[in-house]
Design a protein around this ligand. Sequence first.
Ligand code: CTP
Ligand code: MG
Length: 159
Amino acid sequence: MSALNLVLESIYWILPAYIANAVPVILGGGVPLDFGKNFLDGKRIFGDGKTIKGFGVGVIIGTLVGVLQGRAELGFLISVGALCGDLAGSFLKRRMNMESGEGLPVVDQLGFVVFAILFGSLIEIPTLDKIAVILTISFILHYGANYIAHKLKLKKVPW
Ligand code: CTP
Ligand code: MG
């Protein structure tokens, strides 16, 4: 497989995760998944940034991408994985005393991707080179997107 082919196939494989993770930013909001409840440590379980609607629209639209790709079941698993990874990251951040929206490098960029790969692997395990490319591209894309959002004055900081 040529390098370009590998990169394109990797993006294609993980695409439902990117969509599932991005959609809640635009269509999410409302009642939080943790219903405002605290964990045993007295801090929020996930926080206000993780909502029922965000999770729902993320799964639905991520799965639709999988349907368009002709692999609905894989798209569904990758989407659910991405959103569960996003939740796990928020759970970890709340335990670390971080406010909703505070950045945690690596976890923010790769947490949802790692979970998406794990969930998707229930029916299709990507090759190791594909996994390596997915992780690398996800890191670059995240910083690229934030840099552009900063330049467009949508974000205060470029990370
Ligand atoms: N969002 C949502 N439901 C989700 C995930 C995200 O409604 N399950 C929306 C929220 O409005 C959230 C925004 O998308 O504020 C950005 O998502 P994200 O960066 O993942 O959350 P943060 O607000 O940064 O919170 P956290 O610190 O917990 O990651
Ligand atoms: Mg965030």
